[in-house]
Design a protein around this ligand. Structure first.
Ligand code: C5P
Length: 218
């Protein structure tokens, strides 16, 4: 009955990426990081100094831009930008770019085209609500802000980025607020999504829980 689509939505730092990647691996299907797609568009706009409120500028940007998404890497007009898109500066730009309906339409079309070709575990904010309302299995991952900020802070530290925990927490809360308020594509739990609280659970424990749900649905 067509490719299998499993969606994982939730706030920043809930562990979506790590969990989605492992779940896809265990299922032997592709993993799609839709946040990376928003980040790559934001980077392109940032480089060109695009005003996100100017639809003409945004349209031109999108026309000039070719995204190629692999499991773990993302290419912008052939350039591997996978690491560049993770900086705090581009993260802030991404929240602005993700507000723009033209940007969302552009990326949603690409996400659906990928899912039409192959089975996916896809991860983001709007995958179970807006992009794949008919997905076979939907998850909504949550964790307390403190736990999410701790995880983010550890990620930064591992990458050698020196930033105060309080700052990470503050930016995370700001992003929650912005991601939830967006008029189109807001962070929201789909009514039929399974909510998983991940505080205190290891990645493997979460993956095991999700895997059981997926297997009971296929
Ligand atoms: O998941 P990640 O932190 O990489 O996402 C970066 C930003 O991209 C989010 O804070 C959100 O503003 C935006 N985003 C979105 N819709 C998605 C995925 C990400 O609006 N499906």
């Amino acid at each position: 009955s067509g490719p299998l689509v499993v969606t994982i939505d939730g706030p920043a730092g809930a562990g979506k990426s790590t969990v989605a990647k492992k779940l896809a691996e265990r299922l032997g299907i592709r993993y799609l990081d839709t946040g990376a797609m928003y980040r790559a568009v934001a980077l392109a706009g940032h480089r060109q100094g695009v005003n996100w409120h100017d639809n003409e500028q945004v349209r031109r940007l999108l026309q000039s831009l070719e995204l190629h998404v692999e499991q773990d890497r993302i290419f912008l007009n052939g350039e591997d930008v996978s690491d560049l898109i993770r900086s705090p500066e581009i993260t802030r730009e991404t929240a602005r770019a993700a507000d723009v309906p033209l940007v969302r339409e552009f990326l949603i079309a690409q996400q659906r085209a990928i899912a039409a070709r192959e089975s996916l575990v896809t991860e983001g904010r709007d995958q179970g609500t807006l992009v794949f309302p008919d997905a076979r299995v939907k998850f909504f991952l949550v964790a307390s802000p403190e736990e999410r900020a701790r995880r983010r802070w550890r990620d930064f530290k591992e990458k050698g980025i020196d930033i105060a925990y309080e700052k990470v927490l503050e930016e995370l809360l700001q992003r929650d607020e912005q991601d939830s308020r967006r008029p189109f594509g807001a962070l929201k739990k789909a009514p039929d999504a399974i909510e998983i609280q991940t505080d205190g659970l290891s990645v493997d424990q979460v993956v095991d829980v999700l895997l059981k749900h997926v297997r009971s649905h296929v």
